[in-house]
Design a protein around this ligand. Structure first.
Ligand SMILES: [Zn+2]
Length: 234
């Protein structure tokens, strides 16, 4: 009936029931005129298009982290999408300010938490924080209030540009028509450790925040100052 998205989930509405896909790291959906299952194909669904021609939706996933769920009723009310926070593209600056000001977590960890804001992946968190000149370890409630509209605008711009360019094909990602994305060519920090910052020339650094590889410019995104000696934010 329709295909839509919330956060990182693709929702295929079948009329009363929905298929909810998460591609995770290496999953892809591919629409082909014939069945062409390969070694990494987990599922093939045969459908018929509006002109009555058959098509075959393939769900491929080499590393098998992705999943598909069949959900009865409203797919936003139950199943994997029910726990998600507001979609990043629906977020207003006011909503972002409310989320940040009520959290003591690190800004990057917060941006990646799908139950807080849905749809921001590791690449897009790094690129957004770089544009906003925020260090990923900055405590959310210490992001200066006046800079939140700018952070919000950078988040929206990064996501919109990435969508327009078909995403980031840093490994083997392709869209359902088999096309690679090209946003990886625009990355300012992600995957550029050791290369010069495009703003200041200093080498981009890779570190780990909340278990995730994290890329930043140490000049453009200075580390947050500790307010109390020995204080441990979390
Ligand atoms: Zn820089």
């Amino acid at each position: 009936v329709a295909v839509r998205r919330k956060g990182k989930l693709a929702i295929v509405d079948l009329g009363g029931e929905s298929l909810v896909f998460h591609l995770k790291m290496t999953g892809s959906l591919e629409v082909l005129p014939e069945r062409r299952a390969g070694r990494s194909t987990a599922l093939v669904i045969r459908g018929t298009d509006r002109r009555g021609r058959p098509f075959f939706l393939h769900f491929n996933d080499t590393r098998k982290f992705g999943f598909v769920a069949l959900v009865a009723g409203d797919p936003l009310a139950s199943g994997p999408a029910a726990a998600l926070g507001p979609d990043a593209l629906d977020l207003t600056a006011g909503m972002l300010e409310a989320i940040l000001s009520s959290s003591r977590r690190r800004i990057k960890t917060l941006l990646l938490d799908q139950e807080t804001i849905a749809g921001i992946g590791n690449i897009y968190a790094d690129e957004t924080l770089h544009r906003a000149r925020l260090h990923p370890l900055t405590r959310a409630d210490r992001v200066p209030r006046g800079t939140i509209p700018e952070l919000h605008a950078h988040l929206g711009a990064v996501l919109a540009e990435a969508v327009a360019r078909g995403g980031s094909s840093v490994r083997d990602y392709v869209d359902p028509c088999g096309r690679r994305g090209s946003f990886q060519e625009e990355h300012a920090v992600y995957g550029r450790a050791g290369e010069p910052c495009r703003t200041c020339g200093r080498a981009i650094v890779r570190t780990v925040v909340g278990g995730r590889g994290t890329h930043l410019c140490p000049s453009c995104q200075p580390a947050p100052r500790r307010r109390r000696a020995g204080a441990r934010g979390h």
